[in-house]
Design a binder for this molecule. Structure first.
Ligand SMILES: *Cc1c(COP(=O)(O)O)cnc(C)c1O
Length: 381
């Protein structure tokens, strides 16, 4: 499988592009129908199977998670004058998906140890204008999602789960996506599974699927059914504003090859995260994620270190060929969002200085874990 030679510089992430993935892409290219079509439909059916969705829940693929999140916000009815509450501590794609609708994003704090939305702080932020609560399953962990749903139910709000980090995570025994309200996944270039670029949204209400199809394809009323059969509807109506958010045949085919391996990707990643937890245990300056990873499908592995030492550690590791990442910057600091309404963000403000993401991909050589963990131990010794 795709392992790295121990003498090479360590990548941060490495997509699995094995022979079966290349074969799937080649076959899709040879068929010659590249657009939204049969392959897209098959990918969606297989995604539904993977997620073990019941009859009421349907997935729709998109060309990114950002597009899926944007569709989720529109389904929630968010538009000018409305608000969507989201953690500042998430990728800016989520905030952009909100503000692209014309709605305002309202920043909520996260809590320790999971670094997911703090449901208690959420309550205070709800206003007359709130349409939805967006959460991020940071590093694959869902945190106190049950409480988030409780708050949403009390106020009649929709919940948008940004599960870009969490395909393969289980909550109460069910995969993320199989329960809950609107759940969005990313199949971007570095994510746990990739379609090169891509994403999906799962809705719990099959009646919303038609609206989603129209949002995905330029507001056109009946195009999707025809295209799912590799045809076009030459006569159609346009009902409202829509977008070009669909997943084409080649990425969908790559996605099917990836889906067939996804259980293995997730198992391996769980094992590497446990391996990191073990290797980094007992270093007083290092906080490792509070998880045994049994129910977690991790996209990233991260640690927290004292903010005053993070930059020195980053450079120390870089000199030893170990790349690191930072997830995330506090979005409330960005120029574009400096006036956005917010609550107390004290945990976010602290954590953004401490977080450090370590290399993780689906087929790592275990020796890489030592090459990453040993110098971290050495740095703090
Ligand atoms: C990657 C990511 C996204 C965006 O996904 P795309 O498929 O690149 O649009 C959104 N949220 C989080 C938390 C992510 O990590």
């Amino acid at each position: 499988m795709m392992t790295t030679n121990v003498h090479e510089p360590i990548p941060m992430w490495l997509p699995h592009i094995g022979p079966e993935v290349i074969e799937a892409a080649t076959q899709a290219l040879e068929i010659g129908y590249l657009g939204l079509g049969k392959a897209t439909k098959r990918f969606e059916d297989q995604l539904s199977g993977y997620l073990e969705l019941d009859d009421q829940r349907v997935p729709m693929s998109t060309n990114s998670c950002t597009a899926a999140l944007n569709c989720a916000c529109m389904l929630a009815g968010a538009g000018p004058g409305d608000e969507v509450i989201a953690p500042s501590f998430t990728y800016v794609a989520a905030h952009q998906a909100v503000t692209a609708t014309g709605a305002d994003v309202v920043f909520c704090d996260i809590e320790e140890p999971t670094l997911t939305v703090d449901p208690d702080k959420l309550r205070e932020l709800i206003s007359e204008r709130t349409k939805a609560i967006m959460v991020c399953h940071f590093a694959g962990l869902v945190g106190r999602l049950d409480e988030v749903y409780q708050v949403a139910t009390e106020h009649g709000l929709r919940v948008i789960e940004d599960a870009a980090h969490a395909i393969g995570t289980r909550r109460h025994g069910k995969l993320v996506g199989a329960t809950g309200d609107l759940v969005c996944f990313s199949f971007g270039p570095v994510k746990t599974m990739t379609t090169l670029e891509g994403g999906a949204i799962v809705t719990p209400n099959p009646e919303e699927l038609q609206t989603l199809h129209q949002l995905r394809m330029l507001g056109v009323d009946k195009e999707t059914q025809a295209r799912y059969e590799n045809r076009r509807a030459w006569e159609y109506d346009v009902l409202h504003q829509g977008f070009r958010y669909h997943l084409g045949a080649v990425p969908a085919s790559i996605g099917m090859a990836q889906l067939a391996l996804l259980d293995e990707f997730v198992r391996n990643r769980q094992e590497y995260c446990r391996g990191y937890n073990q290797r980094l245990a007992g270093i007083p300056e290092v906080i490792t994620p509070d998880s045994d990873y049994n129910d977690v499908g991790p996209f990233i592995y991260y640690i927290r270190v004292p903010a005053s030492e993070r930059q020195d550690l980053i450079e120390f590791l870089k000199r030893r060929g170990v790349p690191t990442g930072i997830h995330f910057l506090g979005a409330h600091e960005f120029t574009y969002y400096k006036d956005a309404r917010r609550g107390d963000l004290s945990v976010t403000d602290r954590v953004v200085g401490e977080e450090l993401t370590l290399p993780l991909w689906s087929y790592m050589d275990e020796s890489v874990l030592d090459r990453v963990a040993d110098p971290i131990r050495e740095f703090f010794a």
